[in-house]
Write a protein that binds this ligand. Structure first.
Ligand SMILES: C[S@@+](CC[C@H](N)C(=O)[O-])C[C@H]1O[C@@H](n2cnc3c(N)ncnc32)[C@H](O)[C@@H]1O
Length: 271
């Protein structure tokens, strides 16, 4: 079984520790449920879950589509294996899980709707992303999504930026760029419009998240937020020292172990 307590990095930049994500993703699942609550489903639609992860929300969506179909796609094989296991009791011909990149999609224009939660900010080219998604939707098809946006994690990112510059770590981060794109509501709306979407509505909302204790904070930032940073540190003692410093700083916050999450909501229709 995968060990979620260490700072051991995933094998490649596209891979996740899916076991850890499945266990730690209560914040993402609670935000995602609010996105699913925005849907007006008739129950027979064909829907894409773009960046489905371990399938916790894909399962909820399936339950709302008693005679519909869902295709869950993800770049990470480990996430898809976990999704397969999680959805096993619900798996039937109405659900497919497909390994692919949101920037290179193998589908035609077959979907009535697209749902995506906590995934788009990991894709750095939103022009191509939204153009690709638009091409999958039947005329009048809809997109309901949420990802990180606005000043997402500004406090943590500032601390991480300073830490990456410390002599002990600096050489390992030479040329490193943040692995996320956090658009503002205005940027998100413009990008969707350029891709051909209409009836576009976007907003950024605060989603402050407080984790219970140092252990939970360590696991969360190691396995979810900073997995790509840790993958660049070549030894366990370096990874531990990097995370130790951030845990120490978070312990002094008010409240302790606080993450300054902000979410970008995206709603649009294929024009
Ligand atoms: C934080 S997880 C969110 C999973 C799930 N939607 C949820 O809300 O729990 C982000 C997911 O997006 C996937 N992802 C990131 N970039 C991707 C890309 N270019 N194509 C497909 N999936 C991608 C990751 O592999 C990961 O499973």
């Amino acid at each position: 079984m995968a060990d979620t307590r260490t700072t051991k990095p995933a094998a490649s930049s596209r891979e996740w520790n899916a076991h850890a994500y499945h266990k730690l993703s209560a914040p993402q699942v609670s935000w995602g449920k609010k996105v699913l609550a925005r849907l007006h489903l008739r129950g027979h639609e064909t829907v894409l879950d773009a960046g489905c992860g371990t399938g916790r929300l894909t399962g909820e969506l399936l339950a709302a589509l008693p005679s519909g179909r869902i295709v869950g796609i993800d770049l990470s094989q480990d996430m898809l294996r976990k999704a397969q296991e999680h959805l096993r009791p619900q798996l039937n011909s109405r659900v497919s899980l497909v390994a692919c990149d949101l920037l290179d999609l193998p589908f035609g224009c077959v979907f009535d709707g697209i749902v995506s939660t906590a995934a788009f900010h990991w894709v750095l080219d939103h022009n191509l992303l939204f153009t690709n998604l638009h091409s999958l939707l039947r005329p009048g098809g809809w997109l309901e999504a949420q990802c990180g946006g606005g000043p997402n994690l500004a406090l943590l990112r500032e601390r991480v930026g300073a830490l990456m510059n410390v002599r002990k770590f600096r050489a390992f981060f030479s040329g490193f760029c943040e692995p996320w794109l956090f658009q503002t509501a205005e940027e998100g709306a413009e990008t969707l419009g350029r891709a051909g979407f209409v009836n576009v509505s976007t907003s950024v909302e605060a989603a402050p998240t407080v984790l219970d204790n140092a252990r939970e904070y360590r696991e969360f930032i190691s396995n979810i937020i900073l997995r790509r940073h840790l993958a660049l540190l070549p030894a366990e003692d370096l990874r531990t020292a990097f995370i130790d410093k951030l845990v120490e700083q978070a312990a002094d916050d008010t409240p302790p172990f606080f993450l300054d999450y902000w979410r970008l909501n995206l709603s649009a229709v294929a024009g």
